[in-house]
Every structure is written in structure tokens, then in C-alpha cells.
Unconditional design. Structure first.
Ligand SMILES: Nc1ncnc2c1ncn2[C@@H]1O[C@H](COP(=O)(O)OP(=O)(O)O)[C@@H](O)[C@H]1O
Ligand SMILES: [Mg+2]
Length: 324
């Protein structure tokens, strides 16, 4: 049984009295211990998907308009708010792009970690502090006991992200959702955090859903990859298949945009144009205005839905490398 199953999930935003579709009929699953990468440019619906999975939508404009999210076999729509709270941060945890917004600047690191521990585990103050130091050690923060008394601003961006990871690990989650965990960091620190995540995954056996706009980040760690464009999964495959033989022109564009440290900046082939906003209605394939291979059918007919993860699928009338 898959740890996380997202089936035909559709999301909309309730904005000024209207429901605007943002995520359209996406399906994917993550098995225990596995890593799924979700990649796509900014604005494609990755974060809204993550927030819906985490159930962090109660006070937001996000509405689930179709489909199901199952975690450990339980339909998350049918559990009570108390059950959901028990699940979140315990079986499922999330880290975000900007650790400074998630850490409270006026509290010491140690107090913030022990507070997150206190919500799920009944520990004495002393035991909680020892556990917090252990967690900082686990994320390779030097002098963990000393750092417990530091304030967030006294740590570098990379160290703050390590603290966030430590807090997420506090209750041994079965699934960690990492939404752009390294985007705010410089390249060297980014690589260190990705290596840390891979090591922790090996040590703890947790599954990871790694979200990034950068296919280079996904390449490092993920077993399977789902490529999102404008609310749909437009290509899904094992990472090996996707990188060896990408099928959707959008994926090819993302691959060409991965910075090569040895190449000139000018060699970077960015995808022309931009992701349409939720207010723009694009007939046919949503990618066609940016696609070098677009034909008449692409402007008129929307490519059908595909099921992610298990086979190599692409929502494209003219996938490259395929037999179609
Ligand atoms: N609160 C909001 N109000 C209006 N638009 C929003 C809101 N949240 C997200 N959106 C829009 O929904 C789309 C998907 O957003 P998001 O999931 O954050 O994308 P991603 O994480 O892939 O960058 C984007 O077009 C974004 O502008
Ligand atoms: Mg996002």
C-alpha cells in the first residue's frame, strides 16, 4: 500500500466570490521510504498541492473540488480536525523555502524545538532539551547544546534550514514534504542541505516529497518525478527514465534550464514566455503558447489526463522519443 495516494485531486481558490481552478485532476503516490520530486516553474500549483496534502487549508482560500488524498490508507477528507492535527507534524511534516518566516525571531532555537516536541510527546523539560540537542546533532549542526540558546538571526540561512529540518524530524514522520527547501540558499549550501536530506532519509526510512522549480535539485535525490505545468502533471516517470528520455517539451525546457557550473551563463536556454496566471484561459494545451512544436491540434485540443508515477506518461500531442 502506498504511504500517500493523491487521486484525481483538483483544487480551486475561492477569490472574490469565484472559484478559480488551480490544480486539475492530478494523481500520484509515494511509497514508504521513497522520494517523489515535484517540479515546475513558479505558479504551477506545487505549493497549493503540498498545503492541501498537509491539510493546511482551513483558513485559506484553497478548496478541494475533486478527488481524494489518502495517507496510510485513510482518506484525509473524512478525518476529524483533532485526528488531522495529531497526524500533522507527527506522521507527516513539512519544511518551507524560507526558514526565517517559520522560525519565531524572538524565541531561542531550543525553546522552539522543544515546543514542537511538546505538542506530540509528553516529555519533561530536561528530556525535551536533550532531545532537541540530539535533533540538532542529527542535522549536523556543530555544538548542538550551545546552539539551543541561539536566536534564529544568529544562525546562517543554511543553519536555520537545518533547524527547520530538525523540527520536522522531531516526531519521526513517515513523510516529509520539502517545499523549495534550498531555493533561498546559495549553491554550496543548497548541495549540503540536499545531501543532508538524503542521509536523513537513509537513516530514518522516511519518505520525502521534494518540491522544486529546479530540475537540477530533483535530479540529485528523487526516485520518481512528476512535472507540473499550470496545475496539471504533464509528465511523470522514474527519475532515470525522465532524465534519460524526457517526453514533454516542457520537461525538455526545464532540463535545458539546469545551470551547468562549467558552461557560460549565456548557454542557458530558458523557456520563452511565462506560466499563465489563474485568470488566463488557454484553450488546448496550456503549454502551447510557449512550445516550439505546437501544431493546430495543440491550440484546440487539451491533451488527456495521465496517471503519474508508475509509467512514463506525458500530456502532449507530440511527445518526443515516444512511439505515438
Ligand atoms: N492566496 C492566493 N491568492 C491568489 N492566487 C494565489 C494564491 N495562492 C496561490 N495563488 C496562485 O495559484 C497558482 C499556484 O500557486 P502555487 O501552488 O503557490 O505555485 P507554485 O508553488 O508551483 O509556485 C499561482 O498562479 C498563484 O499565483
Ligand atoms: Mg511554491
Amino acid at each position: 500500500m502506498a504511504l500517500l495516494e493523491v487521486e484525481n485531486l483538483s483544487l480551486a481558490l475561492a477569490l472574490s466570490g469565484m472559484l478559480k481552478p488551480v490544480v486539475d485532476n492530478i494523481s500520484f503516490s509515494v511509497d514508504a521510504g521513497d522520494t517523489l520530486g515535484i517540479v515546475g516553474e513558479s505558479g504551477c500549483g506545487k505549493s497549493l498541492t503540498a498545503l492541501a496534502i498537509m491539510g493546511l487549508i482551513a483558513d485559506s482560500p484553497i478548496r478541494i473540488t475533486g478527488g481524494a488524498i489518502r495517507f496510510e490508507g485513510r482518506d484525509l477528507a473524512s478525518i476529524s480536525e483533532a485526528e488531522r492535527r495529531a497526524l500533522m507534524g507527527d506522521r507527516m511534516a513539512m519544511i518551507f523555502q524560507e526558514p526565517m518566516t517559520s522560525l519565531n525571531p524572538v524565541y531561542r532555537i531550543g525553546d522552539q524545538i522543544t515546543e514542537s516536541l511538546g505538542q506530540h510527546r509528553k516529555l519533561s523539560k530536561k528530556a525535551a532539551r536533550a532531545r532537541a540537542a540530539d535533533l540538532l546533532r542529527q542535522v549536523r549542526i556543530p555544538d548542538p547544546e550551545g546552539r539551543l540558546d541561539a536566536y534564529p538571526h544568529q544562525l546562517s540561512g543554511g543553519m536555520r534550514q537545518r533547524v527547520m529540518i530538525a523540527m520536522a524530524l522531531a516526531c519521526d514522520p513517515a513523510l516529509l514534504i520539502a517545499d523549495e527547501p534550498t531555493t533561498a540558499l546559495d549553491v554550496t549550501v543548497q548541495a549540503q542541505i540536499l545531501d543532508l536530506l538524503a542521509d536523513l532519509q537513509e537513516e530514518t526510512g522516511m519518505a520525502v516529497m521534494l518540491i522544486s522549480h529546479d530540475l537540477g535539485v530533483i535530479a540529485e535525490n528523487c526516485k520518481d518525478v512528476a512535472v507540473m505545468y499550470r496545475g496539471r502533471i504533464v509528465e511523470a516517470a522514474s527519475a532515470a527514465d525522465l532524465f534519460a528520455a524526457p517526453r514533454h517539451p516542457y520537461t525538455v525546457g526545464l532540463l535545458n534550464s539546469i545551470p551547468d557550473p562549467d558552461a557560460d551563463k549565456d548557454d542557458l536556454e530558458a523557456i520563452p514566455g511565462r506560466v499563465p496566471t489563474i485568470d488566463e484561459v488557454i484553450p488546448g494545451c496550456a503549454f502551447h503558447p510557449r512550445c516550439a512544436f505546437a501544431q493546430d491540434i495543440c491550440r484546440d485540443v487539451r491533451p488527456g489526463d495521465a496517471i503519474a508515477s508508475k509509467e512514463h506518461t506525458a500530456l502532449c500531442h507530440f511527445p518526443t522519443g515516444g512511439a505515438e
